[in-house]
Design a binder for this molecule. Sequence first.
Ligand SMILES: Cc1ncc(COP(=O)(O)O)c(C=O)c1O
Length: 360
Amino acid sequence: MTRVHNFSAGPAVLPESVLLEVQKELIDWHGAGLSVMEMSHRSKEYQSIIDDATATALRLIGCGDNFDVIFLGGGASMQFLMLPLNFCPEDKVANYINTGAWSTSALKEAVKAGKKMHVAASSEDKEFTYIPKTYQLSENPAYLHITTNNTIRGTEYYEIPEVPADVPLVADMSSNFLSRPYDFSKFSLIYAGAQKNIGPAGVTVVFIRKDYQEKLLGNLPTMLDYKTHISKGSMFNTPPCFPIYVVGKVLHWIEDFGGLKEMEKHNKEKAAYVYDILDSSNFYRGTVVKEDRSLMNIPFRLPTEELEAKFISEAKANRMNNLKGHRSVGGCRASLYNSLPMESAKALNSFMKEFEAANK
Ligand SMILES: Cc1ncc(COP(=O)(O)O)c(C=O)c1O
């Protein structure tokens, strides 16, 4: 078996050890005589799986006692809608820092939900190539929403913005969740689609501070109301059982790796294999400001679009997959999520050097 070096922006590479464990348990989970895919979500076996994933997720953020975590379908995109519906009353304004396409989608959804919306800061003036360092809240803010890592443009928050004590901070952490030790206690609500750093597609984790839950508006369609899912432990309806099971395994893998500090070290080391080249070459060009560049998604350009196409195709022939930039921005992009092995970053580094030498 030869696995590729998978630089996909998501769904993305998973730890091989997790895939092997899943394979081992696929047909007969722990002697239960059936697969997790075939289990009732109401069974005690499945309850133990989701309880374990819940406990591990809360341990990993380091302040889990203050939060509830729920596992939902609908992707991070569903959270774009659920957040304003649940937490922005009529007399308040949903505030957003716009750092790219995903933040733009999030703030548009607040408007579609009929809420007052304010853009507190934006980096759109420079094509989202930096993280705004200041922001201006509206009057009566319901919350301030940030996107901690911008998957398409490749910028990332290193410092979490300070907010006034009465303004809840909310984050879409889909593409850098658990890749570094943020102070999660600063947030009132955090959500992340699993398919980048913590598992397969199909499940989104949502952490909601217990004291913030007092502000839930309620009186919403059942499935769109966070109360429904919190009160039933993500089991109001059939949850994405198999993705949650795999997420639980990836979370253990992160813990066994040494936790978030070790993960950050590993991610920095991997990203340096690409950034060192971008910094030293006249052939490759990074596209975002240095101080805000992401450890997870690294967009870069070559001198011409023809060379970019050649680069992507030759990389693929060398078992390096998914290096094409997002269709909205073009160019190349390497995603180096938690589970990407160091060897993959090293292989890309060597390939980039060889390609430059051959095509300069
Ligand atoms: C930062 C960010 N937020 C939200 C989304 C949308 O996620 P989903 O496809 O799970 O709805 C993505 C997808 O790539 C993303 O990168």
